[in-house]
Design a binder for this molecule. Structure first.
Ligand SMILES: [Zn+2]
Length: 826
């Protein structure tokens, strides 16, 4: 599950700087929950009160004392009314004594039950998730467990839905259970719902029966054990699209208006099932695989066993879906599916060990990209992950296997996800594909329907490889941080020898780093395997003449920060000779750095120009954005290629980036290019073209904007608002306001500048109030994630622009109040 806190800074980082809130030190050792009783089977019968937002539940939960006899049972049950608790024997209930404190239900069993003897408890209860008293950090991602969406139909056009989110320990807000990841239970969930709705839950739908008064009772049965946090239900007006894989049902539940795109979004699922099953040597173990898209979801997506749940970003019109890149939804589909091995089949024993769930799913995003789109796409995804971890210094002090933490929700960070995924990718290269995956197969087989922690992973990889791996796991899993190195090169002509010196400069212990070094002579690489073990270490390689390139970490998989003391000439050789994505990216980045220091550097310009025709669309876009087109020499070098990319590139992202770059030139020779691109089916391309037109012909841009009013999404919506904000009359403020209010928070941030432009020149007091309030509200709401001073600057700019206009006094007063509120916000 990608958590909201992880997602939000990512989404906002394009618009604003991010800041990290310091964590309070936490030194308590977080032991795995002791097993006194083991869950065996959970049978639930639920009805819903949409008006009160209640669930009325009956539960029959079967358990066994784990290792010792016990006379009591402790269940997690959050914010419920408990109506009855009894022991059920031969269908006869015997009331039991219990105490309940709104969090824990402590039940006296009336006798010592021997270890291993099954007993069944009946509980009648009301779950009241909306009245749950949620404290502290739990409130950030939401911990209600059970969510009623638009239950009273108050919002016209918005679907009425019920869905659940269990991870980490929120499912105990809708059924009493032992809400810990080291428990597993089979399940049978009956849902009585209005018969117009569709239901989804774990396992197979075994019966549907009329339940009177326009109601229907659906029963879902899961006969394989899974952890309580993976239990789910969803109820709503979903339209189901069905595929199959190896005879199993694969289904996609979307709102009816988006059902036509179900296969465009989720249609690769059967092939993913095949690929992951083959690669892992363990066939997808569950009876079916469903994916459902719901409104107002609190995170990105969630791997509920056999029924993954996605937020509303995973549905869209055909044109919207065509504009998505890999990172948006396809990556998530792979991620949640891979959890059905790492997470659902073998589950992290405790939240401290979350890495054995999330690092694997993060790694699967690379595996699928590589399989589906080739090695460049896999490496591009791996690079994004690595940078995501490296980019935030707060990550560098957090352990991957983390037995100390302040809050279990903290584990859902770029360490458990991206650092861990990067480490697995590195381990795959170090051990080799076959050995690595055979080790994973053993891990999955030995711990099937059980739990895992990194030591179990190490032991199975040791078994597969015949090597001790303590050194690897100790440095990567049980210590924080990563190596920071500088790399220096020298050639000794007399000795016919190339040397490479690697110096580790990170604080703390040194790392042991096995890696490949490719030494290129006459265009051909000679590969050497080395292992760095010292603080400073020099390696010697025979070379008859000075090599064109020495490529350290030639597989480009190490998780490290390096200062690579290479000349641009060497990077030019790297771009020409070394074939990997990251080899090329490093060379282009070096050229970009050089051009910032020396804007007229011919070699750097030449490298970036080559980047414009790189086979990776990600690198073509990188090269486009690396040019500074205000510099004449760079403009001359890039512009012809940019015009070609803008008109013909296969990737809509690349086309849009080229149009945006050319738009910054405000050169009328590109007018036909922008005009033609406005007819492109891609919203991205249209949006970039419209802004290009805005720079040249504001009146035409306004006229074209009007023609897009009926159908605009994403980048095109942002462009429309920008056209109105910069060139429109104050009469267009209501159009801008409507689009702003309909946008998600990250899009709203990209609209703020345009709102500011309009506020700077409108004389409508109502519009001024609406605009300034919106800027202020968004800033207050997301203050921890953004650079508030920039937005205060925007408010001050409005005040300045209004200083000579009729509402100057009003605006000054509003801005002062808004700034005070922003500054007071936490
Ligand atoms: Zn996940």
């Amino acid at each position: 599950m990608p958590s909201m806190r992880q997602l939000l800074p990512l989404l906002l980082s394009a618009a604003t700087a991010t800041s990290t809130v310091a964590q309070s030190p936490a030194t308590t050792y977080r032991a795995t929950e002791r097993k006194v009783n083991d869950l065996v089977h959970t049978k639930l019968d639920l009805r819903f009160d949409y008006a009160k937002r209640y669930a009325y539940g009956q539960e029959w939960v079967t358990l066994k004392p784990h290792g010792y006899a016990t006379d009591s049972l402790r269940l997690d049950a959050k914010g419920m009314d408990i109506k009855a608790v009894s022991l059920v024997r031969n269908d006869v209930p015997t009331p039991l004594k219990y105490t309940y404190n709104q969090r824990k239900l402590l039940i006296g069993l009336g006798r010592m039950v021997p270890a291993g003897e099954a007993y069944t408890i009946y509980i009648e209860y009301t779950a009241k998730p909306d009245e749950l008293d949620i404290k502290g950090s739990e409130a950030i991602g939401g911990a209600k467990g059970l969510y009623f969406i638009n239950p009273d139909s108050a919002v016209a056009g918005k679907p009425v839905q019920i869905w659940t989110q269990g991870e980490t320990e929120s499912n105990s807000a809708w059924f009493p259970t032992i809400d810990k990841p080291n428990q597993k239970s089979t399940s049978e969930i009956s849902l009585t719902v209005p018969s117009k709705y569709v239901t989804l839950s774990n396992g197979a739908l075994v019966s549907q029966t009329p339940a009177g008064l326009g109601l229907r009772r659906d029963t879902w049965k899961m006969d394989q054990p899974h952890a309580p946090y993976l239990f789910m239900l969803a109820v709503g007006d979903f339209r189901k699209t069905t595929d199959t894989w190896r005879g199993k049902e694969v289904s996609y539940y979307l709102e009816p208006q988006y059902a036509g795109q179900a296969r465009a979004v989720f249609g690769k699922t059967p092939r993913m099932l095949e690929f992951f099953s083959e690669r892992l040597g363990v066939a997808y173990p569950w009876k079916k695989y469903a994916q459902v898209v719901v409104r107002d979801y609190v995170a990105g997506a969630m791997e509920n066993t056999s029924a993954s749940l996605f937020g509303p970003h995973a549905q869209g019109s055909a044109r919207e879906v065509a504009d998505w890149d890999y990172t948006l939804v396809e990556r998530e589909i792979a991620h949640e599916l891979f959890h059905h091995w790492f997470g659902d089949y073998v589950t992290a024993e405790s939240w401290s060990n979350l890495t054995v769930n999330e690092s694997f799913s993060n790694f699967s995003e690379v595996l699928w990209a590589e399989h589906e789109y080739g090695p460049d796409a896999g490496a591009a995804q791996a690079y994004r992950s690595r940078q995501n971890y490296l980019g935030n210094p707060a990550n560098h002090s957090r352990l991957l296997a983390r037995y100390q933490y302040a809050d279990k929700e903290d584990l859902f960070d770029a360490v458990s996800y991206q650092k861990g995924g990067s480490i697995l990718n590195m381990l795959r290269t170090y051990l080799g594909e076959a050995v690595f995956f055979s080790g994973l197969k053993t891990y999955l087989t030995q711990n099937a329907f059980g739990t895992g922690e990194p030591h179990q992973l190490r032991l199975t990889l040791e078994q597969a490889s015949g090597q001790d791996l303590n050194w690897f796991f100790n440095q990567w899993y049980y210590r924080p941080g990563h190596p920071v190195v500088s790399i220096d090169y020298a050639y000794d002509a007399a000795r016919r020898e190339q040397t490479v010196t690697i110096k580790q400069t990170q604080p703390g212990p040194i790392y042991q780093l096995p890696m490949a070094v490719d030494v290129y002579l006459n265009g051909r690489p000679q590969r050497h395997q080395i292992t760095v073990r010292q603080v400073t270490e020099t390696f010697h390689f025979p070379a008859a003449s000075r090599p064109e390139l020495v490529n350290v970490d030639a597989d480009k998989v190490l998780l490290w920060q390096k200062t690579d003391n290479k000349s641009l000439t060497e990077y030019a050789a790297q771009l020409r000779l070394a074939s990997r994505y990251l080899d090329r990216r490093e060379a282009l980045a070096a050229a970009q750095t050089q051009l910032k220091a020396q804007p007229a550097d011919a070699l750097a310009r030449q490298l970036l120009t080559a980047g414009l025709t790189d086979k990776s669309p990600v690198l073509r876009q990188f090269a486009i954005e690396a040019f500074d087109l205000q510099i004449v020499a760079q403009r001359k070098a890039a512009a012809p290629a940019l015009a070609r990319l803008a008109a013909t590139d296969a990737s809509v992202q690349v086309r849009a980036a080229a149009l945006t770059a050319l738009g910054s030139l405000k050169d009328k020779q590109y007018l036909p290019l922008f005009t033609n691109a406005l007819a492109n089916p891609s919203y991205r391309v249209q949006g970039a073209a419209l802004l290009g037109l805005l720079g040249l012909r504001p009146e035409q841009a306004l006229a074209r904007a009007a023609t897009f009013e009926a159908d605009n999404k994403g980048s095109l919506t942002v462009a429309l608002v920008q056209v109105y904000g910069q060139a429109g009359s104050p009469a267009q403020w209501p159009l801008m306001r409507t689009k702003y209010d309909a946008a998600d928070p990250p899009t709203r941030f990209s609209l703020l500048g345009s709102v500011g432009s309009m506020m700077g020149r409108t004389d409508d007091a109502m519009a001024l109030t609406e605009g300034i309030t919106r800027i202020k509200d968004l800033t207050v709401r997301y203050k921890p994630y953004l650079d508030a001073s920039r937005l205060i600057g925007l408010l001050r700019q409005i005040e300045q622009q209004q200083a000579t206009r009729p509402n100057a006094a009003l605006v000054a007063q509003m801005v002062t109040a808004a700034v005070a509120e922003i500054e007071a916000a936490k």
